[in-house]
Design a protein around this ligand. Structure first.
Ligand code: NAD
Length: 360
């Protein structure tokens, strides 16, 4: 589903979406709106993160939930997991205080519990493992990624970074004939939970890492603790590099930013990086290899299901993340070559075939 889908009224958004269900609840005490989008339960219980932020309009929040839920459907299918795609968005008013926020999370947990198992949540932008503990007070057993003190497997972001790192190596092997990262220039957009962890892995392999983030405190921490370089947040699009790694928010690959890019490939964690499906073609025309986001950023989802449902060990899970992203991406690149299609279309084709066959 594109960000530019017609006029964004609730009516057109509902009509344009091919998902199964959208639950919208107004939280009267805070003025927040909870949106749970269940895109597909074809492969199993729908799972997805909880995004909590302030939106300019309710329609933007609904569109975000729809696009993110669809991405989760593809992500689980591409990763070979028997789970469906869903996402929760909690659109909050600016300046919500901590106590009110916790009460809101408990009411959100109660809503998930009330749904009785069509959707299970984890963390996403704006929520943490501690928030999952709070949500689980009322939402258990439909909550992933609680802290280890509360019996969960914690923040999955390092596993997501492990997968993105594997995606970068796989892409370098394809472009340069070697997956060695020494001297490779990587620009990371967003030094948050995933970006920060990713930069540590890249630096340890000798890559030249530069980050751009709108939060000056986070950038300074990355500079002093990791020893990476920094640039203005908006300069990341113009920076000459081998790999551009978007690890902030979605829709950042669009008709305005793609002409500015001076990288050989885009490989990052952010969900829904392409603003519209036409942007995959724009990247191809510029000879920039795009590693489809839902293949590259599946590490966190694999980690939570592997650790909390399938009983995999930590080491085994991380190995599966590395190998899964490498093999998934290799398959997508080969399919795109074979059929002369964009890598984005190839990844969707792989995922849709698995969904149609009922196999994650
Ligand atoms: P986060 O909130 O911890 O970090 C995001 C960072 O991006 C923050 O430091 C923020 O300041 C920065 N940022 C925001 N707007 C920016 C801009 N315009 N330019 C530069 N920086 C900007 O989030 P995260 O958990 O690290 O996730 C990052 C992205 O990866 C999100 O799109 C998320 O949906 C996706 N993702 C995360 C996981 C995970 O395990 N955390 C898994 C899959 C996908």
């Amino acid at each position: 589903m594109d960000t530019q889908t017609a006029e964004k009224t609730l009516d057109t958004l509902m009509g344009a979406w091919d998902g199964e269900e959208i639950i919208v609840r107004r939280d009267q005490p805070t003025g927040a709106t909870i949106i749970i989008a269940v895109h597909s339960t074809r492969l199993g219980l729908a799972c997805g993160g909880t995004r909590m932020k302030t939106y300019p309009a309710l329609e933007e929040a609904v569109l975000d939930a729809q696009r993110l839920a669809e991405g989760m459907t593809f992500k689980f299918a591409a990763a070979g997991l028997q789970r469906g795609g869903g996402k929760a968005v909690i659109a909050i008013p600016a300046g919500l205080d901590a106590a009110a926020r916790d009460d809101l999370l408990r009411r959100y947990g109660a809503l998930i519990h009330q749904l009785g198992g069509i959707f299970a949540c984890g963390a996403d932008v704006g929520t943490t493992a501690h928030d999952m503990d709070t949500i689980a007070e009322t939402g258990a057993p439909y909550v992933f990624g609680r802290t280890s003190e509360r019996g969960g497997s914690g923040d999955p972001s390092p596993a997501t970074a492990t997968g993105v790192f594997s995606g970068i190596k796989t892409t370098c092997a394809r472009l340069f004939g070697s997956d060695a990262l020494a001297g490779r220039r990587v620009v990371v957009q967003g030094a948050g939970k995933v970006g920060y962890s990713l930069m540590g892995l890249l630096r340890d392999e000798g890559a030249e890492v530069t980050c751009g983030d709108v939060d000056a405190v986070i950038v300074e921490r990355a500079r002093t603790e990791l020893g990476v370089s920094a640039m203005a947040a908006d300069a990341v699009y113009d920076a000459e590099c081998d790999i551009f790694s978007p690890c902030a928010l979605g829709a950042i690959l669009n008709s305005e930013t793609i002409p500015r890019l001076r990288c050989r490939a885009v490989v990052g964690a952010a969900n829904n990086q392409l603003a519209t499906s036409a942007d995959a073609e724009l990247l191809r025309e510029r000879d920039i290899l795009y590693a489809p986001d839902f293949v590259v950023n599946s590490g966190g989802a694999i980690y939570l299901i592997g650790r909390e449902v399938l009983g995999w060990s930590e080491q085994d899970t991380l190995d599966r993340v590395r190998n899964g992203v490498r093999d998934g991406l290799t398959q997508v690149y080969a399919l795109a070559d074979e059929h002369g299609m964009t890598t984005s279309a190839a990844a969707e084709q792989v995922a849709r075939q698995r969904i149609a066959g009922g196999q994650g």
